[in-house]
Design a protein around this ligand. Structure first.
Ligand SMILES: Cc1cc2nc3c(=O)[nH]c(=O)nc-3n(C[C@H](O)[C@H](O)[C@H](O)COP(=O)(O)O)c2cc1C
Length: 168
């Protein structure tokens, strides 16, 4: 991390991020017997061989201590019809799973029903970076469904079927 104070305008940085299109995930873990999770779009593939991914989680989120303690987490990539699920996990709360259909993954992390894809990850590194911690880990289980993913850009949500394919 740079140690000199930044001179970049924070609003410009926010505008930069508004120009970046992502999916939306729900990152989950178990804390004892309690499932925990939050909405995360800071998810990326890092390496394919071995399969390594990262997620960035704000240290002030209520899910954070459980995630930090965990050996595993799951990344559930939301389907286009899961906006209600996103709303649950983008809010603070301890009983987010009360009305959510899910089952434990191979290592216990909650796999949410109806997602476009889900992976379970063995956490390898936890790197503090400003307000967030980057969790880096190896994919130990993976599943996909033949359904369209939810698309996110600048506070708005889209379905892939509304997009136009560019042909050269
Ligand atoms: C589309 C979207 C993307 C988000 N991405 C992230 C993210 O990448 N990392 C993060 O820490 N919070 C992210 N959030 C915010 C958290 O989901 C939100 O702060 C949530 O209330 C945290 O819940 P918790 O405090 O119960 O853990 C995102 C929210 C939305 C709506």
């Amino acid at each position: 991390m740079a140690t000199t104070p930044t001179t970049v305008d924070p609003e410009t940085v926010k505008d930069v991020h508004r120009q970046f299109v992502t999916g939306v995930t729900v990152v989950t873990t178990v804390d004892g017997d309690t499932p925990r999770g939050l909405a995360v779009n800071a998810f990326s593939s890092v390496s394919l061989e071995p399969p390594v991914v990262l997620v960035c989680v704000q240290a002030t989120s209520t899910s954070y201590p459980a995630l930090f303690r965990s050996s595993h987490l799951a990344v559930n990539i939301l389907a286009a019809d899961q906006l209600p699920v996103l709303r649950v996990f983008a809010a603070k709360g301890h009983d987010k799973f009360a009305d959510i259909d899910w089952s434990p993954g191979v290592h216990g992390s909650p796999i949410i029903d109806g997602c476009a894809a889900s992976i379970e990850v063995e956490i390898g590194e936890r790197l503090r970076a400003g307000t967030h911690t980057v969790f880096i880990g190896q994919v130990v289980d993976a599943r996909t469904r033949d359904t369209e993913p939810l698309i996110y850009r600048a506070g708005e949500f889209y379905t892939p079927s509304g997009l136009t394919t560019i042909t050269e």
